[in-house]
Design a protein around this ligand. Structure first.
Ligand code: BG6
Length: 240
């Protein structure tokens, strides 16, 4: 695997560092490659940079800077609990279809592109840590000409991913850096790798559903009536 230099600069952030292993994964400004235990940046699919978190307990996670998208979370047995669609592309022409894509500043359809622009932009690494053996990386996305062209607000998104021995945790902090208020919707739209046979989802009763099977551009709106949703075949209703 190849170590890549990433063209990021270090913003003036006051990020709390949690122990002696703190540091940048890689800094390219002076060609220095200081490492944090369990955090590295390598070339992924389509030569896109990805952060790899490796836990001493045997789990591993991969996060593409394009879209700030976690594409893999392997537990110690080697099983990947996340799913990436087989037809996903890694060429920045489309968001990476799978893993844990960001939806921001809009979830679903609306005034701007479906699920917003955060999954179409390059995030940068601003911090990495190793907290008691658990690797941590923090990514940053800020407004720029592309985001401003459709959503004219100043913002900062900080996305922290922590790989624990038996879990992975994420924290997304959105800060309004503008002089005017804004509202937004957001989601971490996770694709889990699972067999639908025997899978069920509770708690959807009463939720609005959109059935896109017949015409994805003109979904049929309805309401979920079932206490428990199972998946005997194609997943028809999708939550909006
Ligand atoms: O296809 P996209 O834009 O990546 O969105 C993923 C899914 O997002 C869901 O919120 C929609 O209900 C689905 O219809 C859609 O397939």
């Amino acid at each position: 695997m190849t170590i890549v230099s990433l063209p990021f600069s270090l913003p003036n952030l006051n990020l709390r560092r949690v122990n002696r292993y703190s540091g940048m994964a890689f800094a390219s400004l002076n060609k220095e490659t200081s490492t944090t235990v369990g955090v590295r940046v390598t070339e992924g699919e389509g030569n896109l940079p990805k952060v790899v978190l490796t836990s001493p307990h045997g789990s591993e996670a991969e996060i593409y800077l394009f879209g700030g998208c976690i594409t893999s979370w392997k537990v110690p047995s080697g099983k990947d609990l996340l799913f990436v669609r087989p037809d996903a592309v890694f060429n920045k022409k489309k968001p990476i279809s799978g893993g844990v894509p960001h939806c921001f500043p809009q979830f679903g359809p609306g005034a701007i592109q479906q699920h917003g622009f955060a999954r179409n932009l390059d995030w940068s690494v601003v911090d990495s840590d190793n907290a008691d053996g658990n690797p941590v990386v923090t990514l940053l996305l800020k407004d720029g000409p592309y985001s401003r062209s459709m959503w004219d607000f100043g913002f900062q998104a900080l996305y922290k991913v922590i790989l624990n021995s038996k879990s992975i945790s994420t924290e997304l902090i959105i800060t309004n850096t503008d002089k005017k208020p804004f509202s937004f919707t957001s989601a971490l739209h996770t694709y889990f790798s699972a067999s639908v046979t025997g899978a069920s989802v509770k708690g959807l009763k009463g939720c609005k559903t959109l059935d896109k099977e017949l015409d994805p551009t003109n979904p049929v709106e309805s309401k979920e009536e079932r206490d428990v949703v199972t998946f005997p075949g194609i997943c028809r209703p999708c939550l909006s």
